[in-house]
Design a protein around this ligand. Sequence first.
Ligand code: DSN
Length: 421
Amino acid sequence: MGTPPYYGPDFGLLQKQDPELAQVLLDELDRVRGGLQLIASENFTSPAVLAALGSTLTNKYAEGYPGRRYYGGCEVVDRAERLAIQRAKKLFNAEHANVQPHSGASANLAAYAALLQPGDTMLAMALPHGGHLTHGSKVNFSGRWFDVVSYGVRRDTELIDYDEVRDLALRHQPKLIVCGATSYPRLIDYGAFRGIADEVGAWLMADVAHPIGLMAGGAIPSAVPYADVVTFTTHKALRGPRGGAILCTEELAKKIDRAVFPFVQGGPLMHVVAAKAVAFGEAMRPEFADYVNKVIVNARALAESLTGEGMRAVSGGTDTHLALIDLRDMGVSGAEAEQRCAAAGITLNRNVIPYDPEPASITSGIRVGTPCVTTQGMGPQELKEVGTLVTRAVRHPGSAGEVRERIAALLAIHRPYLSEY
Ligand code: DSN
């Protein structure tokens, strides 16, 4: 008998050796197959991405960069990282890519480390208006280590007020301007941010963790031509493994690489780097462009359905993969809505809305997104029904059983990790 050519995940072995943990994996698969996943920042990776994640590359220490490692035996994993870098540069038309950040937060920490010193001033979107913890929240390193000035959205339009951003930039002279958000349903004008950054001599960083997949598929304009540094995660609409990455200009390449390693991180997760390469390769295919266009069409259909049922979409709708819903007119909090939806088999998250009178633990809103359901093959007709079901679950908690049945019927046709990829 020859040596098997590949050694990879063997679920039967895991079940035999550790049935308790194996059951967790089965239960999680049951959970996603048995409900509707509307969390805007999640997706279902392809089996090919999962195969790379479950590979022996997890074993290798590879501190450093391809060809310049601090451990021997890296010549094979170097190929995985080179592939990931080449594909990221090609996919996003970027001068330089660093694919090692373990997460979006690590990528942001590294970008700040490359561009700022503690105490420097940065201008970024406020968390309660759709920004991110790492954009200067007081409970995060970014808010503690930097002098953070925040911009938000206008009360009337619920859109970024570029005049306010410019005024704040002129007044505070930040060294870095950060654009990008986690619950902003509209397109961001990266050109306007570039103009403001140039006017005050600031670096421009775009944290496009949310819309990077849409940019990869060409469904929305890219931030890469405008920003000095672009940080992102690979696991949202991009549909790769959980992780982060950074794109930047050649001018900043060395600073960014040194900031990721050795300043912020030690050894990279080579199985994840390999899985990122797989995901970037998948995102180059025409089917992926088709997928992300459908994600947006579906998000619009869902937002229209929800507003047709009497909910209010913040900013009036969406241009992206997500919608933010204000529940105040319904007299239901975001936390209650999240619980009621969970009882009906719908997973989504409560979310603060701009000028929210409620704290983050309660909120007045929910955020919904379509990356998962679109991967499952649902289209606008199904999303119209999903909107009706979400509204019914939120308004009438007693109808949870009925809603569950309808969802089961939808999922019988569109089942994650069962239907064709
Ligand atoms: N936690 C991510 C999200 O759900 O948007 C952002 O980091």
